[in-house]
Design a protein around this ligand. Structure first.
Ligand code: HEM
Length: 449
């Protein structure tokens, strides 16, 4: 009896010892040099719950602020089971963005994008899809075709909103995005399929990347279901069009003509559908939220509103045909609106814009960031008083005389930087500008419901 009891004591002691060792290892991860300061939180959970707490979109989270005070601009943590380095050092963020290519996504985010998504594959595939995207969403394409579609869609939705007496900025932006991108992708679709595709959009929860566990009842679960439905609709439409010889939208035309001339394409229907879905997912996560914040900021600043109304009334006033579509020259002439958008992008970027998985160690001063860690770079430079006077103030005039066409500079990185700089930046800016132009034709009051 005593022997049995002693055996149990030994087993339990060994287990406790093993557990303590594991906890010690969790808190003190292996590193060939000195790790940046910080805490790895509880085993497995890490500091995920503190990180996920909702925060004001115009301020950095309490999670970030507290740790910056405690550890400085570079610290370690653990989120969603990954070892993470958080940096607010702008130079380091840009260096990492230019040097490392692998996106720092958790397994569940990768699943949302599709395991075979070309944006997540080798350097060669990634370069190829980026080039392809620039053909489709680059300034030449925006100028020749997309501007007209966005103009018509923004006008249509704004008129509808005026008739209803209210307009949901986020929802309207989502609708404009999906209608514009679907047309570019598929060409004309059967009305039923187009309607169903648009409905899938509603299941895209905002902030999916902050909580990426796929459990029934969660936003990610609904998103995965919507993804399956969207993939099915897109695939069926492609197959039908192929069979009937009907014309594709520009995206698919470009993608599939790659096969011609003996050149082997890396695209097939599956990959093409994943590729298109990436735009739907990223575009919808970013643009509606930022545009809604921009409209809020405008409505809270009467001087800004006045100046915008003056600019857009001027553009409308200079026309002979009042309802004619906007031209690229009109778009380029909206200088104050571009200043408002830059200022809004600066002040609303309170989330990390450089996310990479490090595939080799990097030395930063005295510290070593080991291979296999995720790097999250926050653009705290947007709030640096040495770069921007009174940085918490929404002041579009600070952009006067600056290069308003640039989507990235050393002190401005809302669209990230380097090898994964956002490919939809110019498209997003065009959409935001058109929306504001049409909004300024109406009198409105902004309300949060
Ligand atoms: C205001 C709106 C937007 C913001 C703030 C934004 C921001 C970003 C950021 C921060 C990145 C990551 C860059 C990096 O890791 O260095 C990114 C990547 C990306 N964005 Fe955007 N984005 C916006 C709109 C759009 C739109 C409308 C589309 C598509 C139509 C789009 C498509 C993409 C894609 C495909 C990538 C991945 C690029 C790659 O991995 O090579 N984005 N975006």
């Amino acid at each position: 009896m005593v022997e049995f009891y002693e055996l149990w004591v030994v087993i339990v002691s060994l287990l406790v010892l093993k557990l303590c060792h594991w906890i010690y290892q969790w808190s003190n991860p292996k590193c060939s040099g000195k790790l940046p300061p910080g805490s790895m939180g509880f085993p497995i959970i890490g500091e995920t719950f503190e990180f996920m707490k909702p925060h004001d979109a115009l301020r950095f989270s309490t999670f970030l602020k507290e740790r910056l005070l405690r550890h400085g601009p570079l610290f370690r943590t653990s989120l969603h089971g990954n070892k993470v380095i958080i940096s607010t050092d702008n130079e380091l963020n840009i260096k990492i963005a230019k040097t490392y290519r692998i996106p720092g996504f958790t397994k569940s985010i990768t699943q949302l994008f599709g395991e075979n998504n070309l944006f997540l594959q080798s350097k060669e595939f990634h370069n190829h899809v980026r080039n392809l995207t620039f053909q489709l969403l680059g300034s030449q394409s925006l100028k020749l075709r997309i501007i007209e579609d966005i103009d018509l869609l923004a006008r249509k939705h704004m008129q509808e909103g005026a008739r209803n007496g209210y307009l949901d900025v986020k929802e309207t932006t989502s609708k404009i995005l999906i209608e514009c991108l679907s047309k570019k992708v598929m060409g004309e679709m059967e009305p039923e399929a187009a309607k169903e595709l648009a409905l899938c959009w509603r299941f895209f929860p905002s902030g999916w990347f902050r909580f990426t566990v796929n459990l029934p009842g969660t936003g990610v679960y609904r998103l995965m279901k919507a993804r399956q439905r969207m993939m099915k609709i897109l695939k069926e439409t492609v197959m039908k069009k192929r069979a009937s010889g009907e014309e594709f939208g520009e995206f698919f035309k470009t993608i599939f003509t790659e096969n011609e001339g003996g050149k082997e394409s890396i695209m097939n229907v599956e990959k093409a559908v994943d590729y298109i879905y990436t735009f739907f997912l990223i575009a919808n996560e970013t643009t509606p939220r930022i545009l809604a914040a921009t409209v809020k900021l405008i409505s809270q600043n009467p001087q800004v509103m006045q100046e915008l109304q003056r600019e857009h009334a001027g553009i409308l006033g200079s026309r002979t045909e009042k309802e004619a579509g906007l031209t690229w020259e009109d778009y380029k002439s909206m200088t104050f609106t571009h200043m408002v958008i830059n200022e809004s992008l600066r002040i609303t970027t309170t989330v990390p814009t450089v996310l990479r998985l490090l595939d080799h160690d990097i030395q930063v001063g005295d510290y070593t960031i080991p291979e296999g860690w995720t790097f999250m770079g926050y653009p705290s430079v947007h709030f640096n008083p040495e770069k921007y006077d009174d940085p918490l103030e929404f002041n579009p005039w600070r952009w006067k005389g600056k290069d308003l066409g640039a989507i990235v500079s050393k002190n401005f990185t809302p669209f990230g930087a380097g090898l994964r700089l956002c490919v939809g930046a110019d498209f997003a800016k065009l959409l935001m500008t058109m929306f504001i132009h049409h909004l300024c034709r109406y009198r409105f009051v902004f309300m949060i419901v």
